[in-house]
Design a protein around this ligand. Structure first.
Ligand SMILES: C[S@@+](CC[C@H](N)C(=O)[O-])C[C@H]1O[C@@H](n2cnc3c(N)ncnc32)[C@H](O)[C@@H]1O
Length: 284
């Protein structure tokens, strides 16, 4: 049941799995005739067919809202952008995940679990995609907002977005996008909020967490870390990697509601750096 997953090139010539989904569904129905839904149920059963339809309707609604958000803010951040065919910095192409952005409602919900005094913090999105999260973060009073992204084409779109963003409530205008492999990124010596939305495999994540822990040891400062993922499995391996070594503790957070504007529901966890030097603040 993956017919709607076929890809389409967007205006920048990159593969977007979300674009044209409704048109593809209608074309499929026209090609196969009005009995196709019944054949689907016979082939896959009622429960699987209903869940397939619900998933696709939810995707269509969320994608529609994402494109509306883009139009309202004069940017291009929507879509499910495939890494195949993009120009990638560094050796970790195969470890990276597609570019799918955090929804505005999801982001604002996560922000409620962070302290409100962010004025001296740098917000860093590791795997920043087309910059949606950077733009969302710029509506909060961070000292600086930074995105790290290894796909050149996405960096170019992000630069355009940062310049054209129309956000009446923008509180931070110091936004930077760094074209780099996250595994080679050096964290700035400021207090940090570091955000991950399922950007890559555990292999790369372990390196980034090790680098972050080393940076915090070298320059003791406040740091909150948010790890979000659309699959429990990723949270399940990220949590122990973050907690290993005792540098971070997990904070209690409310469960994520199912927001209409989220193409996929994000599970998340928030961690705080233990500045008391919690046992073995050695590498995670
Ligand atoms: C799921 S998207 C998240 C986009 C954005 N953070 C958000 O929440 O809206 C993951 C992004 O991580 C990027 N990425 C994957 N591996 C990377 C790496 N090793 N270094 C930098 N960026 C990477 C991908 O290109 C993609 O844009």
């Amino acid at each position: 049941m993956a017919e709607l997953e076929t890809e389409r090139l967007d205006r920048d010539g990159i593969q977007d799995r979300s674009a044209g989904r409704l048109a593809r569904a209608v074309r499929l129905l026209c090609e196969r005739g009005p009995l196709e839904p019944f054949r689907l149920v016979r082939r896959h059963g009622l429960a699987a067919s209903a869940s397939f339809v619900a998933r696709n309707v939810q995707h269509l609604v969320a994608d529609h809202l994402a494109r509306k958000w883009d139009r309202d803010h004069n940017v291009d951040t929507a879509g499910s952008i495939q890494l195949a065919g993009l120009s990638i910095v560094g050796p970790n192409r195969d470890q990276g995940n597609e570019c799918l952005c955090t929804s505005p409602k999801t982001f604002d919900f996560i922000m409620r679990s962070l302290p409100s005094d962010l004025g001296d913090c740098t917000f860093i999105d590791i795997g920043a995609g087309k910059s949606r999260t950077l733009l969302l973060a710029s509506r909060y009073p961070f000292a600086k907002v930074v995105g790290v992204e290894f796909a050149h084409e996405l960096v170019e779109i992000a630069i355009r977005n940062i310049a054209s963003f129309r956000g009446p409530a923008q509180k931070c205008r110091d936004i930077e996008i760094v074209e780099a492999d996250a595994a080679a990124y050096k964290f700035p010596p400021t207090p940090l909020v570091v955000y991950f939305y399922n950007p890559f495999s555990k292999q790369v994540f372990d390196i980034v967490i090790r680098n972050l822990a080393a940076s915090l040891r070298e320059n003791d400062r406040a740091c909150h870390l948010v790890y979000g993922s659309s699959s429990h499995a990723a949270i399940d391996w990220a949590r122990p990697a973050i907690l290993a070594g005792g540098a971070f503790e997990q904070l209690p957070t409310p469960p994520m509601p199912g927001f209409l504007d989220a193409v996929r529901k994000i599970d998340y966890a928030v961690f705080r750096y233990r500045r008391d030097g919690g046992e073995g603040t050695s590498a995670a």
